[in-house]
Design a protein around this ligand. Structure first.
Ligand SMILES: [Fe+2]
Ligand SMILES: [Fe+2]
Length: 153
């Protein structure tokens, strides 16, 4: 099977993550589904920071990458809190505010990332030297205990 372009792969993840949060906000979600969305978000941030961003930085996009990493760091405490809440199995509607806040951060972050960095990633992946970028993104597995580079300490 042919691997999707970096943008298709990562934009599809954006949509799935957003939907999981939106379902909770709408009162239609479950802890299990939210937990899946949060796990996908962590994997997504890992794949971006460890696989996607280094070659983009090397190609000169240091400032846009820095801004994206800073925004990941701003999301991180909410992602951690929501993940912990999923584990403690309390009432799902108490998570609506945190989900709304996280979704708002993503709605500011994702369009910039898609327009600038994913477009650049697709151009890079068209270069034979970086032809395996999409496959590497698809094969990413989150290491246990990973935290994003600008997570608050
Ligand atoms: Fe991102
Ligand atoms: Fe992203």
């Amino acid at each position: 099977m042919e691997t999707a372009s970096p943008s298709r792969l990562l934009e599809d993840q954006h949509r799935r993550i957003d939907q999981g949060l939106q379902d909770i906000i709408d009162g239609a979600g479950s802890l299990a589904r939210l937990s899946e969305s949060l796990a996908l978000l962590c994997l997504h941030l890992y794949a971006e920071e460890e696989i996607l961003f280094p070659p983009l930085e090397a190609s000169g996009l240091t400032m846009p990458v820095f801004v994206m990493k800073r925004e990941h760091g701003q999301m991180w405490p909410l992602v951690q809190d929501l993940t912990a809440a999923c584990g403690s199995a309390g009432p799902v509607d108490t998570l609506q505010n945190d989900c709304r806040e996280l979704l708002q951060l993503l709605q500011i972050h994702n369009p910039k990332e898609e327009q600038i960095l994913y477009a650049a990633a697709d151009r890079l992946a068209a270069d034979p030297d970086h032809g395996s970028l999409a496959q590497a993104l698809e094969a990413a597995r989150l290491p246990h205990g990973w935290a994003c580079a600008m997570a608050p300490r």
